[in-house]
Ligand binder design. Structure first.
Ligand SMILES: *[C@@H]1O[C@H](CO)[C@@H](O)[C@H](O)[C@H]1NC(C)=O
Length: 367
């Protein structure tokens, strides 16, 4: 190695290794750099591809927001839960009545945190009504015991997910005006409030920004409606006439600031719901678009594909999809019982797990 560098210094590299090797070295160096800064590259590429919203950009008058009635919720914590806890971030987890294990894993890990980076945080679960009577009773028990369930008045099915999100927005609007940020997270997602707050602290430093609109997550661009009537995500031409949806954040995990919650609610109230409902995340994307807000992309949200486990990678990612309850407990313990990763550790681990996730998606399996 020393001898090699010596020759480089003497400027005899060209003669020694030839043109091909020289280029190979450049390619290797560039690849290594790309690996270390893969998130920066991803942000940049996404920014280039994003479209601008056309809607109006103005403040929302409080009286124009549709009111939320308490009767819309069959179960919920005390209506003063936010008044007491004063959360900076409230995370609402979309969960199905039967997914008790997933809820418990979240309570035992990231959902159990109440203070993160000097901010109060709170995690609650949003469910619909179960058609199974036994499950329905169990939910009431769970709610009494844990006090962290909100139940909306709709049948809890996949086709009704958009109603769940509307219920979340409605609940946050009325019962949690204290929260500056609302995160919507699925129950199979390993969420990382600390990583999110780090990002928000960096982006929302000045008080002026407090009123800013934020819609943050993994941005999906140029997605065409699925016109196959047998598909889970079928969208009829009647429901959506366009050829592509506006850019939207993956529904696995996204964040809205309080002003964005109000504007999205206002836009949502103006849309007539037709069956089949639009997918939840697409629906929010359309509302955001109409409200004149631009989605913000963060490479730290995994979106759909699974991200292979890496300690430093998981310490840095805000959300990781497809995490089973058992794995969530295991990863959380390991990530939180060890020292914070070094700069190089984070860079390398993030690069490696992102490349593995990408290859996994391309090859259709997890590596
Ligand atoms: C959605 O919820 C409504 C209200 O509970 C119910 O009438 C409807 O059948 C549900 N739709 C689907 C497709 O599950």
């Amino acid at each position: 190695m020393v001898g090699y560098r010596f020759r480089v210094c003497k400027g005899r590299l060209w003669k020694q290794v030839g043109l091909g090797h020289y280029f190979l070295m450049i390619v290797i160096c560039l690849s290594l750099l790309a690996l270390l800064f893969i998130d920066v590259i991803e942000s940049w590429v996404t920014c280039l591809g994003m479209s601008r919203p056309e809607g109006p950009h103005r403040a929302v008058l409080p009286q124009s927001i549709p009111p939320t009635r308490s009767e819309e919720f069959l179960l919920m914590p005390s209506s003063r839960v936010c008044q007491r806890a004063k959360p900076y971030l409230v995370t609402l987890v979309a969960t199905a009545p039967a997914n008790r294990k997933a809820r418990q894993a979240i309570r035992d890990t990231w959902g159990g945190e109440v203070q993160v980076r000097g901010h109060r945080v709170m995690t609650l679960f949003m469910v619909g009504q179960s058609s199974d009577l036994v499950l329905g009773k169990e939910l009431i028990e769970e709610s009494k015991e844990r006090g962290d369930l909100i139940q909306g008045r709709f049948t809890d099915t996949y086709a009704n997910l958009t109603l769940k999100t509307l219920a979340m927005l409605g609940w946050a609007r009325r019962f949690c005006p204290q929260a500056r940020f609302l995160a919507k997270v699925d129950d199979d997602v390993m969420f990382n409030p600390s990583a999110l707050l780090h990002y928000l602290d960096l982006s929302f430093k000045t008080s002026e920004d407090e009123l800013a609109d934020l819609y943050l997550g993994r941005v999906h661009m140029q997605v065409a409606p699925d016109r196959n009537p047998h598909s889970k995500h079928f969208t009829s031409e009647y429901t959506y006439t366009g050829t592509v949806f506006p850019d939207y954040c993956s529904g696995t995990a996204y964040v809205l600031s309080r002003p964005a919650v109000l504007k999205v609610s206002l836009a949502a109230a103006a849309i007539t719901l037709t069956r089949p409902l639009l997918p939840e995340d697409v629906f929010v994307g359309i509302c955001v678009h109409r409200a004149g807000i631009t989605p913000a992309h963060s490479p730290l949200f995994s979106g759909g594909p699974a991200v292979p486990y890496g300690r430093c990678c998981y310490q840095t990612m805000v959300s990781v999809h497809h995490t089973k309850p058992g794995d969530m407990l295991r990863y959380w313990t390991e990530v939180h019982s060890t020292a914070p990763c070094s700069w190089l550790g984070v860079r390398t681990s993030l690069g490696v797990c992102k490349v593995r996730a990408l290859l996994g998606t391309l090859l259709g399996k997890s590596l």
